[in-house]
Design a binder for this molecule. Structure first.
Ligand code: ADP
Length: 209
């Protein structure tokens, strides 16, 4: 088991809305899609798994370790070994593509160059490695964002509508490429989407909320 939630609830104090009693188990090496309409609590759930939001009730496990229980975080964000990709790619604007990707890499210095080349090659972004985020397209930036999240070799990859800022054709193409890489690397991923068709093609498991 890689990620398990049992009866997780959360209400934003100001809004009286949030996440209502969600349970699921995501096995290692599988991809789960969190599917639901806007406002259903998908992003909030991802923040709970990441550790940015503390649940009011229920339990959260990552790789058999309890990381949060009602009103209490047991493991902080930086120790949960997660990789995150947001809707807007949020690359560091003052760093090149290569620097962005290597930002969270924990490999020894001697391995970094080969590791970077491998990722650049997989994501087909070698020619952009010395460019800055403002010099590349939206689709390329999103691939860099996924490569950067993978570069930290997380136990779980969390993605919040990672391709929704791209237009339809490009989205399908970038989505497919990133999903192939995630599968080949046997990563565990939890992906938020509000698109049923996307969830059907991407997910081994669909969690409806
Ligand atoms: P989704 O990702 O499924 O669209 P969210 O997790 O973003 O849903 O939001 C769930 C509910 O919580 C929504 O009703 C939203 O308006 C509310 N909400 C989200 N963030 C906040 C916040 N920071 N403060 C108050 N309410 C919020």
């Amino acid at each position: 088991m890689s990620v398990r939630l049992t009866n997780v609830t959360y209400k934003y104090p100001a809004a009286n809305r949030g996440v209502n009693d969600v349970s699921f188990t995501l096995e290692s090496g599988k991809i789960a899609c969190l599917l639901g309409p806007s406002g259903a609590g998908k992003s909030t759930l991802l923040k709970i798994v990441a550790g940015f939001v503390t649940p009011d009730g229920g339990e959260v496990f990552i790789h058999d370790k309890k990381v949060a229980t009602g009103k209490k975080d047991l493991v902080p964000v930086q120790k949960r070994e997660i990789g995150i990709v947001f809707q807007q790619h949020a690359l560091f604007p003052h760093m090149t593509v290569a620097e962005n990707i290597l930002y969270g890499c924990r490999r020894p210095k001697s391995e970094r160059k080969d590791f970077l080349l491998q990722l650049l090659n997989e994501f087909q972004i070698e020619i952009h490695k010395d460019k800055y985020p403002h010099e590349i397209s939206g689709g390329e930036a999103q691939r860099v964002a996924v490569a950067r999240a993978i570069a930290s070799e997380p136990r779980v990859l969390l993605m919040d509508e990672p391709f929704s800022s791209l237009d339809q054709n490009l989205r399908a193409q970038v989505e497919q490429q990133c999903l192939n890489i995630i599968r080949e690397r046997k990563l565990t991923a939890l992906i938020v989407t509000h698109d049923e068709a996307s969830a059907q093609t991407m997910g081994d498991l669909i969690i409806r909320i």
